[in-house]
Design a protein around this ligand. Structure first.
Ligand SMILES: Nc1ncnc2c1ncn2[C@@H]1O[C@H](COP(=O)(O)OP(=O)(O)OP(=O)(O)O)[C@@H](O)[C@H]1O
Length: 918
């Protein structure tokens, strides 16, 4: 369920709407969309479009703002001694003979920073089937003449809807047929000079893998120069060498200049000649100057220069490709050129036929042309048997073999081959990440049955749902106490979660849903289920305000419950809980039987999942107070199990991102809203004098109609450095004067806990009509009667953040408004996307596309994103899904990878630290 392309993503908002013209133009200018046109394997986005509002038809029209490169290189990772790996991942690491290095991504996470929250415990109760064509193609490369068998190619592929549980990947018997070429030193490239070897190593190219992962930035479509020749074009010519000169410019500087004469179509109008004859041929001769420069005394010697000259013989027919620049009439310089000798002029057809011309980025002072030459030599030396991935997987997922993929990415015959090669290499990026994460997760489990169960759960998440009859009676009673019925989204979410809670494997689930969709109550129900089995639940939230709100909400609902002998008790623990009281709580809340931790902020989820819980949060007590016979599979092993983790996402993230971030996370999406919700009317207004006049008029109208207003500010106090920023404290007087008949309140992070609580209480109860607040209200604050929000200096906030803020209104059934006040007109365009009601999933996909995963996730979380050699999450999500399925297949056959020694070796050489840094 992804978007099928860029336009699809922008069109998807609501069916029937045409994409607007500006968007269309913008997307066509966008490099990414060119990439999409070019490479069929790219599918943008990965989150399903969701219909949130009943009957509401709305659409978001977005302008693409930035162009991005579609192939990127990440060559700056740190290196470690492979021997060091054994310390970090002993079970995986096997020492090899003298092979390369691995990538380190250092991560740090401090769980103790977070301010927490509520603790709950019970009292006394514990591609259509692949058409893999076996094609054999001879690739006669003009530069390195490689002959290669292309097996396992497919024109298109469809991922099986439900991967069969029968896997049947042939075990790899041993390492004998697997060549460790990629991790050999670059010094094994035949004929590589020591100097070049040193230069390459200084730039980080220690191994052949590193070198071959210096991918082309893009490919130029080499065109035959038929009509006109413009500077900067990548063109291809066939002509004859007119001269070849080695020129000594100084005692330490020389150059080789080769001039090639070519006949090309004449673009100028055919002139009537004086005698009346016309130039019937319409051709003219041009001269291409190919230069190579040398610095150093020994390159200036006559013998050396003669030898250089001799390499290109006058009269030879050659094919020249590269970037042209006009020198003078009919004379052009060829840069980044490639020159190949042809048998004769007719020999040119093969070469000139649409062959993409790879454009390399330079690296640490090494020129693209030099790198291309070295890479070509490495490719020539590359053996065929370097692929650690078993044949069955290659065939099933329509992948090129690794050998062919490297040839295909560096020297493609056509763009289709480059695309297949790109797909294979992206697949590898994702595959080893998934394999590593799942492998690590399996390692943490005891028995084979558990491991099989876990893999099965990943393959078929839907089979785990526990329907209401299977819920505990406590959970059912709690459900009855709710003042509303659950939406179908909430119901299936809680069924999935309870299904997980019944398994003897710790749950790692991310519950996503748009603002106000009712995630909290789902999490409460999950806590009840755990408490019913005699265990404890901890509910962690990012702000004190939210902790208090959830605490009151929960206590309230518990009071409404008819039951029961042992009503669960609830304690509140926040930063401002007095020491004595907090000790009391801490003592009582020993987490001796903690079974679920709800984390109401996905950003902290990454951290928590990675560092695991500190020892206090582990369930260590065998003397659990479990007395209930209600549910849960209590077993001896169960008592030592790590707690389930349920993270609630504040901003939904696309599935691809979640997979890349967490690998093993289960996702639950609530894709509907409680009935009767009306989309928030959003206006973006420039904060000029007239703008504010209009805003105040709208505010007054709302107040007169009995509404309650949030004013959100980027700062608490006015600052001298940023005088243009409106500040909450400073504005209190202005707003109070402006709306004298109404009461104003103030809420910001520097207020004491009880002051904040009091300010929110007054606003909730209607004692204050206008609440001037900072971002402290962004997450989770729930005042269903709030009817309007004005966000000052809204350009200071990201799109997803504004969506979160806006989510503080529209939580009831009344019509609500949100006014985004932009300080400058230039920021208006970027924010237009918010003017139309749109769900958080969609906005997250747009954010991902426009700003990349780093910006979407924020600094804290994006630090956990692995680095990929070639893959781009925003474009290659579909390949990530395939890689996930493939990793599951492999591990289903061999939990410890013992049957796949080559894969295991490769995994340890890939990014073990990145995986282990978790
Ligand atoms: N099924 C329902 N029917 C009616 N109202 C509901 C339903 N579920 C939740 N609500 C109410 O909707 C409001 C928002 O719910 P909640 O705070 O759980 O949303 P949320 O998804 O956690 O939102 P946010 O992401 O903004 O924190 C609350 O006032 C809650 O009581």
């Amino acid at each position: 369920m992804g978007y099928n392309g860029l336009h699809d993503l922008f069109k998807n908002d609501r069916p029937g709407e045409q994409p607007d013209r500006n968007l269309k133009d913008a997307t066509e200018d966008f490099d990414l969309s060119l990439a999409c046109k070019r490479f069929p394997s790219i599918t943008l986005g990965s989150s399903p479009p969701v219909e949130l509002y009943d009957e509401a038809t709305s659409s978001s029209r977005i302008r693409l703002l930035a162009a991005q490169r579609f192939l990127s290189n990440f060559m700056d990772e740190k290196w470690v001694d492979p021997n060091g790996l054994s310390e970090t991942w002993p079970s995986l690491y096997q020492p090899f003979p003298e092979v390369g290095s691995s990538v380190v991504v250092e991560e740090s996470a401090d769980l103790h920073q977070s301010s927490w929250s509520i603790t709950l415990e019970s009292e006394g109760k514990p591609d259509h089937p692949l058409t893999v064509e076996e094609t054999t193609e001879k690739l006669d490369r003009s530069s390195c003449s490689v002959t290669s068998e292309f097996e396992g190619r497919s024109d298109h592929l469809v991922i099986e809807e439900e991967p069969s549980s029968k896997v049947g990947v042939e075990p790899q018997s041993d390492m004998a047929t697997f060549d460790l070429f990629l991790d050999s030193s670059i010094s094994c490239i035949p004929g590589l000079k020591k100097l070049h070897c040193r230069q390459l190593e200084e730039c980080g190219f220690f191994t052949l893998r590193k070198l071959l992962h210096h991918f082309p930035r893009t490919y130029a479509d080499l065109q035959n120069a038929q009509t006109e020749i413009n500077d900067g074009q990548y063109l291809i010519f066939v002509g004859k060498i007119m001269s070849s000169r080695g020129v000594r410019a100084s005692c330490s500087f020389s150059f080789l200049e080769v001039i090639v004469g070519c006949e090309v179509a004449n673009s100028e109008p055919i002139l009537e000649q004086i005698d009346g004859d016309t130039d019937t041929k319409g051709e003219k001769k041009i001269y291409l100057h190919l230069k190579k420069f040398f610095r150093g005394a020994r390159f200036s010697s006559q013998p050396f220069l003669r030898c250089l000259e001799g390499k290109h013989k006058v009269g030879e027919v050659v094919c020249v490709s590269g970037k042209v620049r006009a020198l003078s009439q009919d004379h052009y310089e060829m840069m980044e050129y490639n020159i190949d000798v042809l048998k004769d002029v007719n020999d040119s057809s093969v070469i000139t036929k649409g062959r993409p011309y790879p454009i390399y980025p330079s690296k640490g002072g090494l020129k693209p042309g030099f790198l291309r030459d070295i890479i070509a030599r490495a490719l020539q030396a590359m053996p065929v048997n370097i692929d650690p991935i078993p044949n069955e997987i290659i065939k099933e997922f329509g992948l090129l073999r690794l050998h062919d993929a490297y040839i295909g990415i560096h020297q493609p015959m056509n763009i289709e081959e480059a695309d297949l090669a790109r797909k294979r290499l992206i697949f590898d990026d994702f595959f080893y990440l998934q394999l590593g994460r799942l492998f690590q997760m399996l390692e943490g489990l005891g028995t084979k049955i558990e491991k099989d169960g876990l893999l099965e759960k990943h393959r078929k998440p839907e089979v785990n749902a526990a329907y209401m009859e299977e819920w505990s009676s406590l959970t059912k009673e709690f459900l009855k106490a709710l003042p509303f019925s659950l939406t179908s989204g909430q119901l299936s979410a809680i069924s999935e979660i309870i299904g997980d809670l019944k398994r003897p494997v710790p749950m790692n689930r991310l519950l996503q849903g748009d603002v106000g969709c009712g995630k909290t109550v789902v999490a409460f129900l999950a806590c009840m289920e755990v408490i019913a089995s005699g265990y404890q639940a901890a509910f962690m939230v990012p702000t004190e305000l939210l902790a208090i709100q959830h605490y009151e909400h929960f206590v309230n609902l518990l009071e409404k419950m008819d039951v029961v002998d042992n009503k669960p008790s609830v304690a509140l623990l926040t930063g401002s809980t007095p020491l004595k009281q907090s000790r009391l709580i801490s003592e009582k809340v020993e987490f001796s039987s903690l079974r679920i931790a709800v984390v109401d902020d996905q950003h902290r989820f990454g951290v928590i999942q990675r560092v695991k819980f500190n020892s206090k949060l582990y369930h260590t007590s065998t003397s659990s107070r479990a007395q209930s016979t209600d549910v849960d599979v209590s077993s001896e092993h169960d008592a030592f199990m790590a707690p389930h983790i349920l993270a609630l996402s504040a901003t939904p993230i696309p599935r691809t991102l979640a997979l890349a971030l967490y690998g093993d996370v289960s996702l639950t999406n609530i894709t509907d809203l409680p009935p009767g919700r009306i989309p928030v009317e959003t206006y973006i207004i420039e904060g000029t004098d007239t703008g504010f006049k209009n805003i105040y008029a709208m505010m007054l109208e709302e107040l007169e109609a009995g509404g309650r207003l949030y004013l959100v500010y980027p700062a608490i106090e006015q600052s001298e450095q940023l005088p243009q920023l409106r500040a909450a404290s400073a504005d209190l007087e202005t707003i109070s004067n402006q709306f004298q008949d109404y009461k104003c309140g103030l809420l910001h992070g520097r207020m004491k806990g009880d002051e904040k609580e009091e300010a929110l209480r007054k606003f909730r109860s209607g004692e204050t009509d206008i609440l001037l607040a900072t971002r402290v209200i962004e997450i989770g604050v729930d005042v269903p009667d709030a009817s309007m929000m004005v966000v000052m200096n809204c350009e200071r906030f990201g799109i997803a953040q504004l969506h979160q803020l806006r989510g503080r209104v529209g939580r009831g059934t009344r019509k609500t408004k949100c006014i985004l006040v932009a300080s400058t007109s230039s920021s208006l365009d970027r924010l237009k996307v918010l003017e139309k009601p749109s769900d958080g999933f969609h906005l997250a996909s747009v954010d991902l596309l426009l700003r990349g995963p780093g910006d979407l996730l924020g600094k804290e979380q994006s630090g956990h994103l692995p680095e990929f050699a070639i893959a781009r999450l925003e474009m290659d999500g579909n390949i990530l899904q395939e890689a996930h399925v493939a990793a599951l297949k492999i591990l289903s056959d061999s939990h410890d990878l013992e049957c796949f020694p080559a894969l295991k070796a490769e995994l340890s050489m890939q990014k073990p630290i990145c995986i282990l840094g978790d």
